[in-house]
Design a protein. Structure first.
Ligand SMILES: *Cc1c(COP(=O)(O)O)cnc(C)c1O
Length: 386
């Protein structure tokens, strides 16, 4: 069976370990979110969802598996290079032999850590997960704090047999987990560190650069009206390499003659200002771009479009608007969003669509893609809020 897309040579040569299903994650319409043509001057706005929560057979499918596909070859190599903590001031050389243990971190209800733990088991490796009580506001907002630290993704991490260590607020390990890696080495293991969200990993942006080609291939098969493309793509911006990778991939498509698409990253945390995220996303896009054959000046700051209007009061807090979005999507489309990321992204996307910010009067019909990045397993921990 052939895929509906082909990568250019430089990109195709980068090694990738298959974690996803061999077919692209599905794209389907969201008719209840779409906007009819209210007058001849107002174009039809058709909204679709790409289901990254249905992209892999591994536990709690979500966007991290796509990133990890390009990291596994280093993990399994005889001398892994990118195994140490990003804040380690004195980076050690390559590991002496393939990794035995994947180590990563996240907030208490992190989806990323579950995907790393499931991958570790699939590869026959151990997983050590650091969960930070101080990250975000989910724990603070939970009325039953014990349950929040036991349910949802924490339960799944334990089920997967990961060693889970819960770190207190202010634990120096939240800044640099090198002591944990040293401890594992001293016990004879070969630890491989994966940064939170896999975004600071030098190969972390490649998965979503490839996803851009997958989406472009799916567009052609779908026979969309209007431009025939997704004019707008809405996706979460957390640690940033999902949107950064997409920016790089679509820029390469532009260089190959495709028309541009507008990619909007919806922020979900008010902790850092917009400029902080813009700088990171640009950096991740340029890094991925440099690996897939783009040049330094190809990706510019104007290519990174982030929207910080839907961050809510804190990362990981499901507020009334988030709840409403969860309910609307569940009760119209029968689709379940997650409480931390996609409920905010969908809210932002629905705002853009409803206000017709995606279309100019008199423009052609518009196609909008909402990327569902997964994360529903956290819902169990938000029981009293959802
Ligand atoms: C990690 C995650 C994101 C954010 O992706 P980044 O690449 O970190 O920006 C979005 N949605 C879900 C469900 C996630 O788990």
């Amino acid at each position: 069976m052939s895929l509906p897309f082909q990568l250019p040579e430089t990109f195709a040569q980068i090694s990738r370990y298959k974690i996803l299903y061999p077919t692209p994650s599905p794209i389907h319409p969201l008719p209840s979110i779409s906007q009819a043509r209210v007058s001849p001057h107002h174009p039809l706005i058709s909204v679709y969802a790409k289901r990254e929560d249905h992209s892999s057979p591994l536990a709690c499918s979500g966007n991290k598996y796509r990133k990890l596909e390009y990291i596994v070859p280093d993990i399994l190599s005889q001398a892994p290079i990118y195994h140490y903590h990003e804040n380690n001031p004195s980076p050690p050389g390559p590991l002496n032999g393939p990794a035995t243990t994947l180590v990563t971190e996240g907030a208490i209800q992190s989806n990323h850590t579950v995907q790393v733990a499931a991958l570790a088991r699939k590869l026959g490796l151990n997983a050590l997960i650091l969960l930070h009580r101080g990250t975000g506001g989910g724990l603070r907002a939970a009325s039953d704090k014990e349950a929040f630290q036991r349910n949802g993704n924490v339960q799944i991490n334990r089920l997967l047999g990961a060693e889970v260590r819960i770190c207190e607020q202010g634990d120096p390990l939240a800044r640099d987990a090198t002591p944990v890696l040293d401890e594992l080495k001293a016990s004879g293991q070969n630890p491989y560190w994966i940064p939170g969200g896999a975004s600071l990993h030098p190969l972390g942006g490649l998965g979503y650069a490839r996803a851009a080609f997958e989406i472009a291939g799916q567009e052609k098969e779908m026979g969309l009206s209007g431009s025939g493309r997704f004019d707008y793509i809405f996706v979460a911006c957390g640690s940033g390499s999902t949107v950064g990778g997409l920016v790089a991939g679509f820029k390469l498509l532009e260089k190959l003659g495709e028309k541009p698409r507008r990619i909007i990253g919806i922020l979900n945390s008010p902790t850092q200002p917009l400029a902080y995220h813009e700088e990171r996303v640009l950096r991740f896009a340029k890094k991925a771009g440099s690996l897939i054959g783009l040049h330094g000046g190809d990706i510019r700051v104007q290519d990174v479009k982030l929207d910080d209007r839907f961050v809510g009061s804190a990362y990981g807090v499901l507020d009334d608007q988030g709840k409403e979005t969860l309910e609307v999507m569940a009760q119209t489309e029968g689709m379940i969003l997650d409480p931390v990321y996609t409920s905010k992204v969908a809210r932002g996307m629905m705002h853009w669509v409803k206000e017709r910010d995606v279309a100019e009067p008199g423009s052609d019909d518009i196609n909008v893609l909402f990327i569902h990045t997964g994360g529903q397993a956290a819902l169990g921990a938000y029981l009293d809020n959802a």
